[in-house]
Ligand binder design. Structure first.
Ligand code: DGL
Length: 267
């Protein structure tokens, strides 16, 4: 099927998920929407996050997408179950795929989850993990400062190391063996998180697992494009694109020039 896949996020961070989708599904066309005008979502209430997510999805459906990837962990945690029931399109979120992976690889059944305040308060990862295996011990911690640090490119600064040590100390204390990076931005800080947690702790990023789940979904629902072609990628944002374009390089690993501003309040 030749329609595009739609990916949305509260801003630039979802490009870490888009990057994985591009590499798993190189023949697919993709439309990415980043709500940079209203980012961040992570400290907002459930009502507002749901309202924003409905508008983001309405924008994508106007472009005839065949499936939607909700790259934002906050939206996936707080709003997706309700919204998925309202629309007639397959949606992949970023909670269940990494949770399944973590439950599969954990050696001692002690899993840590880090994310935004809204993601952690929702308890969404813990609920899914307990459904998969009620014996698992889950430890959660909000790490809100990781978002601006990643956006500033502060990936290897001493300040970032100090903050990571403080945030992750409780995870080390309870000796998690697996840690879910439950936020779009955290893959950029993977190196410092690994240094602080130690090599024995398995880190699970949500982008890779969501891209795998998207590949399976397209295959199962016979929505995949014929392999071999090269997909087109289009990017839309809800405010001036300059900052998005500038930061995108860190998140996507390449430069972007085709970014269009849209008015999300119309949706
Ligand atoms: N995209 C958000 C997430 O993955 C992080 C940024 C925000 O708070 O909007 O939870």
């Amino acid at each position: 099927m030749s329609d595009p896949i739609g990916i949305f996020d509260s801003g630039v961070g979802g490009l870490t998920v888009a990057r994985e989708v591009f590499s798993h599904l190189p023949a697919e066309d993709v439309i990415y929407f980043g709500d940079v005008g209203r980012t961040p979502y992570g400290g907002r209430s459930q009502e507002i996050i749901q309202q924003f997510a409905r508008q983001d999805i309405a924008f994508l459906t106007e472009h005839n997408v065949k499936a939607i990837v909700c790259a934002c962990n906050t939206v996936s945690a707080v709003a997706l179950a309700e919204i998925a029931a309202e629309i007639d399109l397959p949606i992949v979120g970023v909670i269940e795929p990494p949770a399944r992976c973590a439950a599969g690889v954990t050696t001692g059944g002690r899993i840590g989850v880090i994310g935004t305040q809204a993601t952690i308060s929702s308890d969404a990862y813990a609920r899914v993990l307990r459904e998969i295996n009620p014996q698992l011990k889950i430890f959660s911690k909000a790490c809100p400062l990781f978002v601006p640090l990643a956006e500033e490119g502060y990936v290897d600064r001493p300040a970032t190391r100090l903050i990571a040590e403080e945030y992750l100390a409780p995870m080390k204390e309870v000796a998690v063996d697996t840690l879910i990076l439950g936020c779009t931005h955290y893959p950029l800080l993977e190196e410092v998180i690994r240094e602080v947690m130690g090599p024995q702790v398995r880190l699970i990023g949500s982008g890779t697992e969501a891209a795998r789940a998207t590949t399976e979904l397209l295959r199962d629902q016979q929505l995949s494009r014929d392999p071999g072609g090269k997909g087109q990628h289009r990017f839309y944002v809800s405010d001036v694109p300059e900052k998005f374009t500038q930061i995108a390089t860190h998140f996507l690993g390449r430069k972007l020039d085709n970014v269009t501003r849209i008015d999300i309040s119309r949706y």
